[in-house]
Design a protein around this ligand. Structure first.
Ligand code: MF3
Ligand code: CO
Ligand code: CO
Length: 279
């Protein structure tokens, strides 16, 4: 079944037979594991917990706390819910959550850094519950934001919204990146290239990769049963970055602020469902 045929099929609801055909094709061709009803039910439970953890942190963010305090909050709520944190020991990552402050793009390691008034901090949580993964993040203001902080957070949030709207069956992966890049660059900001969204659910990072830049009508066709993240990292200045000697912390080269929002999305027959809904 070629793309054109697939695309025509996806104009209407996919029959159970077509779904099994597409599922087999996506598995062999791309290593993508499409999710059945019972899988999405499990992922949804984890996604609800992920959101609960993030809300718990959001209510407690204020000047004076450390990023380690956030790590402790995440560990407590995760443990209370009989889940575990996917980041802990993931390729050697030392903590249970990523906390990325100001010029840190992603993968910030919680430590004794004290959050101060005017900072922005992205908190990225990925619980695992009954074997199912969900991945969600938000960038929070600490105290009262300045103009630059307000701008980059607003742009990153809108990038996520615009990307998500493209996640409908028959559209292609490039449509998502194109919408995000167009908006970000139109606002004078830039899109990080080296880190991308990803399939999620059975594992932390599954195929496909979901770039936050790109061209319309390019890449894989989106089909019902795909579960992936969209998680644009948007810089106020240039997109160039480097990794600190700790091998994890990713920062902007030009020292400009960076913000990120992430959701876990399910592509459905009719469109998409945000499994970690906020806003
Ligand atoms: N949660 C990140 C993502 O959105 C990945 C973090 S990997 C870690 O894909 F090891 F740093 F936790
Ligand atoms: Co992710
Ligand atoms: Co994440």
């Amino acid at each position: 079944m070629n793309y054109k045929k697939l695309k025509r099929k996806l104009k209407k609801a996919v029959s159970p037979y077509d779904f099994q055909m597409i599922k087999a094709q996506y598995a062999t061709q791309y290593n993508i594991r499409l999710k059945e009803k019972e899988d999405t039910a499990g992922i949804k439970k984890t996604a609800e917990l992920a959101l609960d953890i993030l809300n718990h942190v959001e209510e407690r963010i204020k000047p004076g706390i450390t990023t380690n305090d956030i790590n402790t909050m995440v560990e407590e709520v995760t443990r209370e819910n009989n889940a575990r944190s996917a980041p802990l020991d993931y390729h050697g990552f030392p903590k249970s959550v990523c906390t990325s402050v100001n010029t840190v793009i992603c993968h910030g390691i919680p430590d004794e850094t004290i959050l101060k008034d005017g900072d922005i901090v992205n908190v990225d949580v990925t619980p695992v519950l009954n074997g199912y993964y969900a991945d969600v993040s938000k960038t929070f203001f600490v105290g009262t934001p300045g103009k630059d902080a307000q701008k980059i957070v607003a742009v990153a949030r809108e990038c996520l919204r615009r990307g998500v709207r493209q996640a409908i069956p028959g559209n292609r992966i490039g449509d998502i990146g194109c919408a995000i890049q167009r908006y970000a660059e139109g606002q004078g900001c830039s899109v990080v290239r080296e880190y991308v969204g990803h399939g999620v659910g059975f594992d932390f990072h599954e195929p496909p990769q979901v770039p936050h830049f790109g061209k319309k009508n390019q890449g894989l066709t989106l089909v019902p049963g795909m579960v992936f993240t969209i998680e644009p990292m948007i810089n106020l200045g240039k997109h160039n970055l480097h990794v600190l000697p700790d091998h994890w912390t990713v920062v902007t080269d030009d020292g400009s602020l960076s913000a990120q929002f992430e959701q876990t999305i399910l592509v459905t027959d009719e469109g998409f469902e945000i499994l970690t809904p906020y806003d």
